[in-house]
Design a protein around this ligand. Structure first.
Ligand SMILES: Nc1ncnc2c1ncn2[C@@H]1O[C@H](COP(=O)(O)OP(=O)(O)O)[C@@H](O)[C@H]1O
Ligand SMILES: [Mg+2]
Length: 266
């Protein structure tokens, strides 16, 4: 949180409809610097839609977004990037046949004009140094930066994708299911990496199905259910049972088919 208590990123009344589906219904959401927010909810609850709204991929139909207290409009991915919001998607979008350095700098290759050279050449040495610096700062160990990414483990690939998201020096990083396909030791590595993002004072939003992982890293847990905010907990004060109850909506009288749109029409 900023000294005056302003969250880094604040959403108010965000709604998004896909045809008949009210994917998000007047959702308020915030993340502060140095905070990890776990974003949880059943399949179809609207988690990815919320992340994509913030990332400028699916701009919301309605609602306000403030960044560092200033009202902003995020209508395309570039807007999010320019504000300092980075996203690591579930499919990671890495190129298996390229090495770690090339994957990190994909699309933002550095070029240096050599003396007397007409064509500029990729500054491979500089990129390799920066890759090594970044990974060592994050305490990520990968046997060789020249390994093809396709040969790395799932955990290493996830770490490469997270490292890549940091290159533009973002203030907010969002991760969609970063531990989904990982075994126990790899999950531990990725959770450690997320903790280091918090240490760097980033605002971190982590979508996860795994409540154990969420409780292991999140400061706050935010629950979506059928497109609506369904509960918010301080991780240290909440139990998994309370979060599960919010996810499943036990006792709230809403069930599948009772999404906001349907209710309004009824
Ligand atoms: N591009 C889209 N077009 C149509 N419907 C979508 C689209 N994206 C998401 N939805 C719908 O919106 C709802 C929320 O989806 P999503 O945000 O992916 O949920 P979650 O990530 O929590 O599983 C679902 O009913 C889903 O089918
Ligand atoms: Mg999703």
């Amino acid at each position: 949180m900023a000294a005056d208590g302003t969250p880094l990123l604040e959403l108010e009344g965000i709604s998004k409809r896909f045809g008949p589906v009210q994917a998000l219904d007047r959702v308020d959401f915030a993340v502060s610097a140095g905070e990890v927010v776990g974003l949880v909810g059943d399949n179809g609850a609207g988690k990815s839609t919320l992340v994509k709204a913030i990332a400028g991929i699916n701009p919301p139909d309605d609602g306000a977004v403030r960044f560092e207290g200033r009202e902003v409009r995020i209508s395309r991915p570039q807007d999010a990037t320019e504000l300092g919001i980075a996203t690591v998607y579930q499919d990671l979008a890495l190129c298996d046949n390229l090495d770690v350095v090339s994957n990190l700098f994909l699309g933002r290759e550095q070029v240096s004009a050599g003396p007397g050279q007409v064509s500029r050449q990729l500054d491979e040495v500089k990129m390799e140094h920066e890759t090594a610096d970044l990974l060592s700062n994050l305490a990520v160990t990968i046997p060789s930066l020249r390994s093809e990414v396709g040969t790395l483990s799932g955990g290493q690939r996830q770490q490469v994708a997270v490292a890549r998201s940091l290159l533009g020096d973002p203030k907010v990083v969002m991760l969609d299911e970063p531990t989904a396909a990982l075994g126990v030791p790899q999950t531990k590595q990725v959770l450690e990496l997320i903790r280091r993002l918090r240490e760097r004072n980033l605002g971190v939003v982590v979508i996860s199905h795994n409540l154990a992982d969420v409780f292991a890293i999140a400061d706050r847990v935010f629950v979506l259910r059928l497109g609506r905010a369904a509960g918010e907990f301080r991780a240290e004060e909440a139990t998994e049972e309370q979060v599960v109850a919010a996810i499943t909506g036990v006792g709230d009288g809403r069930d599948k088919g009772e999404r906001a749109g349907e209710e309004e029409r009824a």
